[in-house]
Write a protein that binds this ligand. Sequence first.
Ligand code: HEM
Ligand code: FES
Length: 399
Amino acid sequence: MIENGRVRLDGVELTVRTNESVLDACLRSAIEVPFSCRAGSCHTCLLRCTQGVVPKEAQRGLPLALRRLGYLLACQCRPTKPLTLTRPNQADMVTSCVLLTSAGAGETFRFIQFETTRLLTCQPGQHLVLVTDAAPAPLIEVTATRPEINTVDALMHCPSGGTFPAWLDAPEAFGHAFEVRGPVDGGGGDGMAGKADVPVESEPPAADPGLWTELGSGAIVRAVLEDFYRQVYEDQVLAPFFQKVTMDRSIDKQYSFLKQLMTGERVYFGDRPRNAHHWMVISNELFDYRQAIMVRTLEKHGLNAPQIARWTRLELHYRRDIVKSAAWPRQVNGVDQPLDGYATETLSAGALCDHCGAVIDAGTAVQYHVRLGHISCMHCASRGPQMIASGDSPCDAIA
Ligand code: HEM
Ligand code: FES
């Protein structure tokens, strides 16, 4: 049954079916909305409501400043009343920061260095705006970024007719928490906000065959992984990433991956970490969160401190292949593959539409999402928004 979650995005009107999220309705209708976890954790699917009442659960976990501006998570939004939505504005994004250093005593600017709680996709030359009640607010001009440690070097400019915040020059300024909005393009900005730099892929770390032997030639490794993934699959923060992967598969893949890293033997036949996680938005904080669970599990299984350090060395080696603020394209033989989007394919065997469940015969053209592999019958895909808006059952023609 189709009910009235009528949504307008980019001027296209579509109906969100009962129990369907705005994100799923967009995916069904081949309307591009970036997403990663599909479970309210990563905030990649942010949209902004300009008209209508946002369901409360669609704003859960968002900073107050964004909630006030009408931001919502498309993957958590199941509207029952009409909504008009727009794409997010980079200039609205608020990030919490902690001051590390402040230097300079002039009237016009200070050199500052600060740490951010999420990866800021800003480039040198772009500006951030300090969130403050004072008007006009100081501008922070980014001079260098170190995304691997979430640190930004910048110049804070004193606004004309305004003052620096009092905490900036206080002796106890180190550790002061503040918020910034942006990035916005500065004078010399290149409009790169939102693009993630893709570093060169890591070569494997040096093997440690002794560790494999010490860990019962694999027996303790398997026991650790079974325990670890049981916790991961029950963990509210991590489980959403594993929605489509069975626990057995995760354990087996990780086991052979670690066996290869420790022994140096070629026993792992899966994606390297960069491709395996290419679509997942994983912050340093989230990476460390997973690592803390792993360390606790290693302790529980009797590994001593040096053994834990040797195990975690192997995993930490891949941090820069996994941590990112926006999805990276998957690479096959050095060639970037499409990140998201839709392709058309003629089925060689019959299948079911992943959206309406209609039977699709072999030889029929279907549209599919390149990352998820979800098939849309042509009715759901291209004619979806118009047909559904008319209130018809979407796929009578095919079923
Ligand atoms: C917060 C951190 C992490 C998250 C959320 C995460 C999540 C995932 C998920 C969901 C998969 C399944 C992908 C699929 O089968 O389609 C996966 C696979 C994998 N992950 Fe992670 N992972 C994290 C960190 C790590 C780390 C630190 C390593 C080790 C260096 C690692 C190594 C792997 C490997 C080897 C696979 C198997 C790739 C394959 O299926 O071919 N992951 N990870
Ligand atoms: S929060 Fe919606 S896709 Fe992650």
